[in-house]
Design a binder for this molecule. Structure first.
Ligand code: ADP
Length: 681
């Protein structure tokens, strides 16, 4: 049997003057117990009708009702049918109602005696979440937060009406009780209708009413306290989750994702994004986002951080900015928002909050919250306290992560340094000891053998001097590379003619080539009217010499070396030194620029050298604003070393100057012509 009508509604309908009131669950428990205690006091034998929402609530009170039944033979107890509660007539009448009955949502207690009547007719309101802004997903509603609405009164006529309604329900569920109910009604002279409705509402004495009011007020305060605790707990839980994640990971990317994943649902925002704010960038590509399914994603979108007046303000003040309604922003933010209207419109941001990640006055990043609904969203103070607590944690985490990354980098540098040191020791051991031993043997022989033939003496001296020169060069290369790497070189930039650099380098190479180490022919290819480069001539020549030396070293005398230059784009000149020598395997093309790189290994070299030459070339060319790289088809296919240098401002060439400026005098012209026959056609 099913009865979906609410007793509360039926009572309010029967007596429209009745005002429904809000009760907390604990207030109802107190009132019910007070009414039952009044019966247990045994002053009279009243009619008692109690209706429990569920069997478990009844079970908590069963022993009380047993004692009440000892006092009165007119006790009716209703409850939803459960495992043990069923229709019955023992100490008192039990009426089990259907699961679908509206009574499962209601709480009733009616006591009617001759001296004392009271009734409590209430139904449960939908359980409201404790904290509307920060719901704990899946958390059950606390008992203290359950609320009911209905009537509590000592008005006899209302009590009679309530008793009639409940007795009618009982009769419907237990038709066999009809005669008993009839007798009950007669015995307690239950009024069938309220005659003077205007007088309704009285009944309870003012003291009792006041007590109930205090009870309710106390309950309300308690609820507020619970609410505050719940918010705090929620916040701590979230901050703890993020702190735990921070302890687990030193990867800022992972931290950002964890944070948006936690914060977004907790604040129920349409979109929560986190990003870094590097000063040198105009915009950042967004990677970390939490959003509602119907909100457009910002992932992979370029987000402006330079031309963004809101960010500008945050950079200066380090304070969060909250725009509750982007369509009616606070006056001081109006101009900033006008400039960002295109973002607001495109991404439907009705409410927009920006909370900075700051550490020691440095803006590290930003947490943004977007609400994209038709109506603006009002964030609470608690919401903001939470975001700011998270922002503080995250800022520290970023600093930690950055410090860790920096440490890793330093470690790598230290490892590289350590490798360099060991290499240096190996090279020094080999490179310095070998010539030193030779020099020592030569000098000892010269000292101990005064009768040595002149020719041998001469050979000894030449060998000692050659090896001394090798040692000097090695030490000089070490020192030069160390100066280049530490950035202690001061470049002298000037406009240079490439041809002039070629000439100087070629004469230096030729001068050093002896009969013992002949070099293959070197061809020069220079196009006419090549623009001048802006560089430090001394160092450019040094690079060309080193590249030519290598080309000679690794090319048979029957091969050929070519040195050429051409314009590479608008701003650069590219110079190439190519040979037909032993070539370089493609996978080694980059490695040859490493310090101490030598194909045969430092200690098995046949061609001499220190393995520092190309490392120095790279330092020099990059220091001059260019780039250096190698190409080769592979072993025995020859190699090409290319480097670029910036064209001198104004792209001045002699060719152009001739037309626009005063002509050089005849001596200068012939000197220039001698140096570069291509320039002056
Ligand atoms: P090294 O003093 O040993 O020549 P470099 O730094 O100048 O030191 O060169 C490093 C290594 O690069 C050389 O040992 C050689 O293996 C390779 N290399 C440099 N230039 C050439 C070239 N023109 N042809 C083939 N291999 C080259």
């Amino acid at each position: 049997m099913r009865n979906s009508d609410s007793v509360v509604e039926a009572l309010l309908e029967a007596i429209p003057q009745l005002r429904s009131q809000l009760f907390f669950k604990t207030s109802l428990t107190a009132l019910s117990h007070a009414m039952e205690d009044q019966v247990l006091a045994g002053i009279e034998k009243p009619l008692v009708i109690a209706s429990f929402q569920q069997e478990r609530f009844y079970r908590q009170e069963a022993s009380r009702y047993q004692r009440i039944a000892d006092i009165s033979d007119q006790v009716y107890v209703l409850s939803a049918a459960g495992t043990s509660f069923e229709l019955g007539s023992e100490a008192y009448e039990t009426i089990a109602f259907d699961e679908a009955d509206a009574l499962t949502q209601e709480w009733h207690l009616v006591v009617i005696g001759t001296q004392y009547s009271a009734c409590l007719i209430c139904r449960e309101r939908d359980a409201a979440p404790i904290v509307s802004v920060l719901p704990i997903p899946g958390a059950p509603a606390l008992d203290q937060t359950r609320r009911f609405e209905g009537v509590w009164t000592q008005d006899q006529r209302v009590c009679h009406q309530a008793a009639n309604l409940l007795l009618a329900r009982i009769a419907a569920y237990r038709p066999t009780l009809a005669p008993k109910i009839k007798a009950t009604k007669q015995r307690y002279q239950l009024l069938s209708a309220v005659s003077d409705a205007a007088q309704i509402g009285g009944g309870a004495d003012p003291f009792t009413l006041r007590l109930v009011t205090y009870l309710q007020a106390g309950q309300y305060k308690l609820l507020k306290a619970y609410k505050a605790i719940a918010v705090k707990e929620q916040r701590e839980r979230l901050v703890n989750a993020i702190t735990a994640a921070i302890r687990r990971s030193l990867d800022p990317e992972e931290l950002f994702q964890i944070t948006v994943d936690q914060l977004g649902p907790a604040l129920q925002v349409d979109r929560c994004i986190i990003y870094r704010c590097p000063t040198q960038r105009a915009e950042v590509t967004l990677r970390h986002e939490h959003r509602q399914p119907d909100t457009r994603s910002l992932v992979d979108v370029g987000w402006p951080i330079a031309d963004n007046p809101l960010l500008e303000q945050i950079r200066q003040e380090h304070e969060a900015i909250v725009i509750v309604d982007t369509q009616a922003p606070p006056r001081p933010l109006q101009t900033a928002l006008d400039a960002l209207n295109y973002l607001v419109a495109e991404w439907h941001m009705r409410s927009w909050a920006l909370v900075p990640l700051v550490y020691q006055q440095r803006l590290l990043g930003m947490i943004e919250l977007h609400h994209c609904q038709d109506l603006p969203h009002n964030w609470t103070e608690e919401d903001f306290a939470l975001v700011e607590a998270v922002a503080t944690q995250l800022s520290v985490a970023i600093i930690q992560a950055d410090a860790y990354a920096h440490l890793q980098e330093l470690n790598q540098q230290l490892e590289a340094l350590e490798r360099t040191r060991s290499n240096l020791i190996a090279i020094t051991g080999h490179e310095l000891r070998t010539p030193l031993s030779t020099i020592q043997v030569c000098l000892e022989s010269l000292a101990t053998e005064p009768d040595m033939p002149d020719q041998l003496r001469q050979t000894m001296l030449t060998t000692a001097l050659d090896d001394a020169e090798r040692m000097r060069k090695l030490v000089q290369d070490f020192l030069t590379l160390s100066r280049l790497e530490s950035g202690r070189i001061e470049w002298t930039f000037e406009a240079l003619m490439v041809a002039e650099c070629f000439d100087l380098a070629l004469s230096s190479v030729q001068a050093r080539k002896s009969d013992r180490s002949p070099c293959c022919p070197i061809e020069v290819q220079l196009p006419p009217a090549l623009p001048m480069v802006r560089a430090d001539g001394e160092w450019v020549v040094e690079v060309i010499v080193k590249l030519l030396d290598n080309a000679c070293k690794f090319t048979e005398p029957s091969g050929v070396i070519t040195i050429s230059a051409h314009a590479a784009g608008e701003d650069m000149i590219q110079i190439t030194i190519a040979d037909t020598g032993r070539g370089i395997e493609p996978y080694r093309l980059e490695a040859v620029f490493d310090r101490f790189y030598q194909e045969e290994g430092a200690l098995r070299r046949t061609t001499g050298g220190t393995g520092l030459g190309l490392a120095m070339c790279r330092q020099i060319i990059e220091g001059l604003g260019g780039r250096i790289w190698a190409t080769s088809e592979g072993k025995d296919q020859g190699s090409q070393f290319h480097f670029t240098l910036p064209i001198a401002e104004g792209r001045a060439t002699l060719h152009i100057r001739q037309e626009t400026e005063e002509l050089p005098d005849a001596d200068t012209l012939s000197e220039l012509e001698r140096r570069n026959p291509y320039i002056l056609e």
